[in-house]
Design a protein around this ligand. Structure first.
Ligand SMILES: C[S@@+](CC[C@H](N)C(=O)[O-])C[C@H]1O[C@@H](n2cnc3c(N)ncnc32)[C@H](O)[C@@H]1O
Length: 221
């Protein structure tokens, strides 16, 4: 499939609530694409997926995204059940991040993910030290994201292409282990009174900073 041949960018266009059964939507066309899911063809497709993936099986969607995933990994520390992880996963999916790494507790609150985790590679690491070791073995540079003293402004930092951006939790921020072992820590410039911004928002800003530096925009929807 050639991506640029696809119709609209997202499901938020005209067909906000998805599409009905294939024979209602496309009465004159055969539904003979092997990527199609018979159940979705029969009942319609109301999932949170771009229009190009309507009626596709989940595995077919994941395989297609796999052909253009970025060398960007995301990690979030989850020692206290951070409710923002779902938001981070959803944004990581939007930017075709390679893998989202959950550090600490294995269980995380999926609500904000809006089911996007089904199309995203996820990996669990019991501790930050184990995540760091994994990154070393994979030759991936870890950049912690937090507004701690001595951090480098994200706005002017050159992010490595093969990169893992690591985020902390709402209360404590990035753990000491993480900031000690990361190649650098980058902060997002703030100008108001709040000590920090929401980690889901910070993750979106940092991922987009990487996208601006390294992504091939001709491959975006
Ligand atoms: C709500 S913050 C809490 C920690 C913060 N260091 C503090 O002093 O309150 C949770 C996480 O969001 C991210 N974050 C929030 N604001 C940020 C900023 N201005 N720059 C970089 N990261 C930020 C970091 O990953 C941080 O660990």
């Amino acid at each position: 499939m050639v991506l640029s041949d696809q119709p609209g960018p997202t499901e938020w266009g005209e067909s906000r609530h998805g599409v009905g059964p294939w024979e209602v939507e496309h009465p004159d066309q055969p539904a003979d694409d092997p990527r199609f899911d018979p159940e979705l063809l029969a009942e319609g497709d109301r999932r949170n997926v771009v229009d190009a993936y309507r009626y596709w099986r989940r595995e077919a969607i994941v395989s297609d995204i796999d052909t253009r995933r970025h060398e960007l990994h995301i990690a979030i520390e989850n020692f206290e059940h951070d409710a923002n992880i779902g938001t981070v996963v959803r944004t990581a999916n939007a930017f075709a991040v390679d893998t989202v790494h959950i550090v600490g507790r294995k269980r995380w609150n999926r609500r904000g993910a809006m089911v996007t985790d089904r199309y995203q590679h996820l990996m669990h690491h019991p501790s930050t030290a184990e995540l760091m070791q994994w990154a070393r073995e994979e030759n991936i540079v870890v950049v912690a994201i937090d507004n701690t003293p001595g951090s480098v402004p994200l706005e002017t930092a050159e992010l490595p292409k093969r990169c893992l951006l690591l985020f902390g939790q709402e209360g404590p921020g990035v753990s000491e282990d993480a900031s000690d072992l990361a190649a650098m820590t980058c902060s997002i410039a703030q100008f108001g009174s709040t000590r920090s911004i929401n980690v889901g928002v910070a993750a979106g800003i940092a991922m987009h900073a990487w996208i601006r530096q390294h992504a091939d925009l001709s491959k975006a929807w």
